[in-house]
Design a protein. Structure first.
Length: 553
């Protein structure tokens, strides 16, 4: 087995110079997100790569040759480069790299070429030299401004390439993401900004550029894609071109664009073809399976969502009692405080004693000396909260919660709560999987076979905000009524119409925009789950010291 280090592609050197954190996220952590800019860049290179023309050997170069998509490498430098176009004139070769954007002002940027582009094209020149070609310079063509800029390659340029290679190797070896750029104009156009969370991370670390600035909302408030829920018994989902076709038993067909689906949820006896699953996997989209009553019993996720570095850190923290306890405290204290806020806002006659008890239980949770005692505190707080739950229900609609019960729920309110928690758990499961975490290894809930412990951990602070509030709205706004339930053998469940109405109600809640209590921008609940999952991963990797629970005011 060779001890020779892996060759680093020239395009990675561009990224490590442009932003070391971008290099880590994309090439060490394996994170990726398409954007309009990345798709535009692909189109530019697709046109360049349309015709592959080989470059003659150095001794066979003619007076004028042009080759496309040329690959060259330097084992000594540890680089490999795929060059868009190589022009050969009188024995000298010039690699030309195509960029989607505009050339910088030469009066403001030395040589009229961005530093990251300079290093990339210099590495191409050096790789061609290592292959035996004579080359004094490269060139960068900026498609937006239709500008070609020459890049001389001397000793200083070679030193810059070596430094970039060394930096890339050190980042890969460290396993820890470099700090984000501070208030950088590079961030808004980066396709990975929603994964990186530069301003959010800097705000939590107290890092700022000069005077304290507002946290920019650099990610969209919500995804372009949204979940697709199929609740029709006996429905079949097939693929037709770039669309999903949902065929129902009565012959109706509904169409959904595959590019518009963030997740597919199937309830009960719904059939899905292999071609649908393969297409969704290729797009990084998972499929969840529920019983007809809504119980979530499994999710299929594409393997490319696994972040190895984050999972190694997750398993390590889960095995260290003190570190796991710190996270568990934050989850439970956050849940109790959010329960208190929901009760304070919605109770017909607020109960000061209940509010005081919940505040005290939250303080107790922050000081808990073991996970076992923390679970006991959480249980005491839950009894206080659910005892006061009826005060948030409209008095004249006939709904009443006689304590929390489940498996099976024995009254309509508990049936709604169970369905809401199942839907929320699936959302948390998806958010964790998207970040690359293992939903099964938690810090508060004890891991055991078939239990998504970390998904249950993450959902704690969101139970009152997303699930309980959805139940309250469904009842008080009469979205679900008393005749929407089926009672059998002591159990209560929703009928088909009520279940569909509640799922739509829950979906509206997840897409509702709220002001983030820490960062100050507006964002949907579904996006908040992803942000919290990413912040959790930063804690596990050691980038953030503490997990910031999501607390409404």
């Amino acid at each position: 087995m060779s001890d020779e280090p892996d060759l680093i592609p020239a395009r990675m050197l561009n990224e490590v110079v442009y932003c070391p954190r971008l290099y880590y996220l994309e090439h060490v952590a394996g994170e990726w997100e398409e954007s309009a800019d990345t798709l535009s860049g692909k189109r530019v290179h697709r046109r360049v790569d349309a015709r592959v023309e080989e470059l003659p050997l150095p001794e066979a170069l003619g007076k004028s040759d042009v080759a496309r998509s040329v690959t060259a490498a330097s084992a000594e430098l540890g680089i490999i480069a795929k060059v868009d176009i190589v022009e050969a004139v009188d024995g000298l070769v010039v690699p030309v790299d195509y960029k989607r954007g505009s050339a910088p002002d030469p009066q403001r940027v030395e040589g009229g070429v961005w530093e990251a582009d300079r290093v990339q094209v210099a590495s191409q020149v050096l790789a061609l030299r290592a292959a035996g070609y004579r080359s004094d310079e490269g060139a960068v063509y900026y498609a937006a401004s239709k500008t070609r800029v020459a890049v001389p390659v001397d000793g200083a340029a070679e030193d810059a390439v070596r430094a970039a290679v060394a930096l890339a190797r050190s980042i890969k070896a460290s396993g820890t993401p470099p700090p984000p750029l501070i208030s950088s104009p590079k961030c808004p156009g980066c396709s990975l900004v929603g994964i990186c969370l530069p301003d959010e991370t800097n705000a939590l670390l107290g890092r700022a550029d000069g005077e304290e600035k507002e946290v920019r909302r650099l990610m969209p408030a919500d995804e372009d894609r949204h979940p697709c829920h199929v609740l029709e018994v006996g429905a079949t989902i097939r693929k037709s071109g770039e669309r999903l076709e949902v065929h129902t038993r009565d012959g109706k067909v509904e169409h959904v664009r595959t590019r518009g689906v963030s997740h597919l949820s199937l309830f009960g006896q719904v059939h899905v073809t292999t071609s649908v699953i393969q297409e969704l996997c290729s797009q990084g989209v998972g499929v969840s399976f529920h019983t007809s009553g809504g119980w979530h019993f499994g999710t299929m996720h594409p393997h490319n969502l696994v972040n190895v570095a984050v999972r190694i850190a997750q398993f390590r923290v889960a095995s260290v009692r003190g570190e796991a306890l710190a996270l568990a405290r934050a989850f439970v204290a956050g849940k109790i405080l959010n329960c208190r806020t929901l009760l304070r806002r919605n109770a017909r006659l607020p109960e000061p004693q209940a509010l005081d008890l919940l505040r005290q239980r939250a303080e107790d949770a922050r000081k808990a000396e073991s996970v076992e005692s923390l679970r006991g505190i959480e249980g005491l707080a839950a009894r206080v909260y659910f005892k006061a739950f009826n005060s948030m229900l409209a008095a004249d609609l006939g709904f009443d919660l006689a304590g929390r019960n489940r498996r099976p729920p024995r009254d309509p309110v508990n049936a709604l709560l169970s369905l809401a928690y199942s839907l929320l758990m699936r959302e948390c499961h998806n958010a964790l999987a998207r970040v690359g975490l293992d939903p099964s290894i938690g810090f508060l809930h004890e891991p055991r076979a078939g239990r998504p412990a970390l998904a249950l951990d993450l959902m704690e602070e969101f139970r009152p905000l997303a699930a309980d509030s959805a139940v309250l709205f469904a009842i008080n706004a009469e979205i679900v009524q008393k005749n929407g339930f089926i009672r059998a053998a002591g159990a209560v469940t929703l009928n088909a119409d009520a279940r569909k109405a509640f799922v739509l109600n829950f979906e509206r809640r997840m897409r509702q925009e709220i002001t983030h209590p820490i960062f100050g921008y507006r964002i949907t609940y579904r996006r908040v789950l992803e942000v919290q999952a990413r912040l959790l991963s930063r804690v596990l990797l050691g980038e953030l010291p503490d997990y910031p629970a999501f607390l409404t005011r």
